[in-house]
Design a protein around this ligand. Structure first.
Ligand code: FE2
Length: 146
């Protein structure tokens, strides 16, 4: 599927560029088609250490303890090996989508934050896609069926 990148905030749109960026409000003309916008592991069955530090890990809990029935918790961790959170090397943001429709962006700083995120989904089905952006190593994704 085609990936379009917002030149202002780095948001990725799948399939086609939107009229306006849902993250920063930039117009369609700010988007550029970029087939290489998202990094992919060389061999998904044999991940390198760098790949293990960047590909998101998603765990679903269908018994939400906070909201109750109908809420699915998605716990997201950046990296099977936890990614560094240092001034020179950190995860800048985590974007979430369901069925390629944008849900939210979580901005991170390297200050006292682990590169993890918990979100609470109302959706009972679909495909949750998580995209992270490392300041040094670019964008990586993972997805899971809800
Ligand atoms: Fe990195």
């Amino acid at each position: 599927m085609d990936t379009y990148v917002c030149g202002k905030c780095g948001y990725i749109a799948f399939g086609q560029a939107p009229d306006t960026c849902p993250v920063c409000g930039a117009p369609r003309k700010a988007f550029e088609l970029d087939p290489g916008a998202i990094k992919k592991p060389a061999d998904p069955n044999k991940l390198s250490e760098l790949e293990k530090k960047h590909i998101p890990v998603i765990k679903l809990n269908r018994q939400c303890g906070l909201v109750g029935p109908g809420c699915v918790d998605a716990h997201i961790k950046i990296g099977e090996i936890l990614h560094p959170a240092e001034a020179k090397h950190f995860i800048m943001y985590i974007d979430c989508y369901i069925d390629n429709v944008f849900l939210c962006r979580y901005h991170l700083t390297p200050e006292a934050l682990n590169p993890v995120l918990g979100i609470h989904l109302r959706a009972a089905s679909g495909k949750l896609l998580v995209l992270e952006n490392c300041n040094l190593h670019g964008r990586w994704i993972a997805e899971v069926g809800i």
